[in-house]
Design a protein around this ligand. Structure first.
Ligand SMILES: [Fe+2]
Length: 140
């Protein structure tokens, strides 16, 4: 389970909101897996894919718009993560085996999500904060 204190607090509130929502979906997925609730796991996996896809789409648009210097490296990590999530879903749909999803949550998903937020997203948030500070200083 991801706890609130594990989610890194960044300088951009909307990024924190997305990370909190994502963590809550992951926690619900973990509960459904533990309950061996195949239908619920099926639905939550889709919800997670949709949420993650939209979250990355918005974040990437923001990076492009602000000419964030490491946009390409950051996007590559998003793409890799989305690809991994899609293959886990494909495997689950085929085998209906919640253990595979449990192994994914424990072995990658939770730790990766928190690490990404704490490193790449933190860099982006600092960049955006600095940009906003410079813009308001220039306006004075
Ligand atoms: Fe990101």
């Amino acid at each position: 389970m991801i706890t609130l204190d594990q989610i890194p607090m960044l300088a951009v509130p909307s990024m924190n909101d997305r990370h909190l929502e994502e963590s809550l979906i992951i926690n619900r997925l973990e509960v459904a897996v533990a309950n061996n609730d195949i239908d619920e796991v099926y639905l939550i996996l889709r919800e997670l894919l949709e949420h993650t896809g939209l979250h990355y789409f918005d974040e990437e648009a923001l990076m492009e718009e602000t000419l964030f210097p490491t946009f390409k490296t950051h996007k590559k990590e998003h793409d890799r993560h989305l690809g991994e999530l899609r293959s886990v879903i494909e495997y689950f749909d085929k085998h209906k085996d919640p253990r595979a999803v449990s192994a994914y949550i424990e072995g990658s998903l939770s730790a990766w999500t928190l690490h990404h937020a704490d490193t790449m997203d933190r860099m982006l948030a600092l960049f955006l904060e600095e940009r906003a500070t410079n813009a308001s200083a220039a306006a004075k």
